[in-house]
Design a protein around this ligand. Sequence first.
Ligand code: GDP
Length: 458
Amino acid sequence: METDTITAISTPMGEGAIAIVRLSGPQAVSISAALFQGKDLNEVDSHTMHYGKIIDPETGEMAEEVMVSVMRAPKTFTREDIVEINCHGGLVSVNRVLEIVLASGARLAEPGEFTKRAFLNGRIDLSQAEAVMDLIRAKTDRAMNVALKQMDGRLSKLIQELRQKLLETLAHVEVNIDYPEYDDVEEMSHEMMKEKTREVHEEVTKLLETARQGKILREGLGTAIIGRPNVGKSSLMNALVHENKAIVTEIPGTTRDVIEEYVNVRGVPLRLIDTAGIRETEDIVEKIGVERSRQVLKEADLILFVLNYGDELNDEDEKLFEAISDMNVIVIVNKMDLEPKLDIERVKELAGDHPVISTALVKEEGIDQLEEAIANTFFEGELDSGDMTYVSNVRHVQLLKQAKQALEDAQNGMEMGVPLDVVQIDVTRTWEILGEIVGDTVHESLIDQLFSQFCLGK
Ligand code: GDP
């Protein structure tokens, strides 16, 4: 198949010390060599870097002073020839180099096309490609680690092992069907099929159990700070933001721009959701009733419910307690420096199993304990679970759920005495579904769609 040579700016748009124009494809080296004043790039060793100038062939003028890396196939990210032109940062110069490269025969890459080529050329599998995307979007160190491990092929390896297990069993059954003369063999393969589907089911279930944490690592833990006016909600938010580096992301919405703030609390990314909105509707329960407010609060993964130690509990507090009873809540008794008026025993009773933390935010007291409570709620003591394989990708979660269902169909069939050659259909289906995770059995349209989500130049 004839492949063309693609190019794009591979560093983020904006000011920076350097910016890189990347080329990949059979003509990557010859196109660059024709523009480059310095060593003859056609002759240099692979994986070397060279100083020189980019000359605009139209005008014969120097466009940019550059360092050029030449990497020849197959030991490259795309398994094609790759050239990276390191330009001075700044949009003007890098765009100029890109234009010259485009005018010299390269085509502008589509978003994700470099990674897509890496996938199509067998350099990485689909879940690894998706990890590249996660890596670009990762908002915390921990999320980045998860993505790095996935890129490393951890999830793929596990999935392939499960598929192998299923395949061996299927092969075994196949042999028995072809040689039916040994009548005890049917019984044996029945047992084996039961055993293997049970094993795979267990692994798939385990993986799915990591999905919640995986999603949190990936998207941040939607956190709402609630409580009556003046209890210290803004102070709490400021404390969290100041103690932990906040990452502000603007997400263009359809009706308005929501600014979300991320803070990284001991490796748990908190996404402080629409706190402005919640602050405006402080009497949220009063205004819209318990049912509706429960709905609004449901969108949060974690509720930080702030009370004032220097004030008595009132009806509104009790209603809020009621509204959030079955959610993840940390109760914060703030203003511990004030004269006690709050019935702390009653608060503990209302809080039930939820942790109750005391703070005096003006004095910066209790923030450590609060952070520990936040971390505990979500990692339940396994904070160092950096070694786990997390599933965090929505597509993977969907496929794992389907695989689990197919395995259960197979198991139920066996319970009911369905013949093995029929059970085999469900097991084969499981094998195929798992294959979609790593990209062995996916449709081309899905691949196009997945890669189009990448940013340009990746
Ligand atoms: P919000 O209305 O719930 O967002 O509350 P704010 O964070 O705006 O705080 C209301 C007032 O309480 C401000 O004047 C804060 O300085 C004060 N405040 C916050 N935390 C404490 C605390 O621990 N002790 C005392 N005494 N005052 C506090």
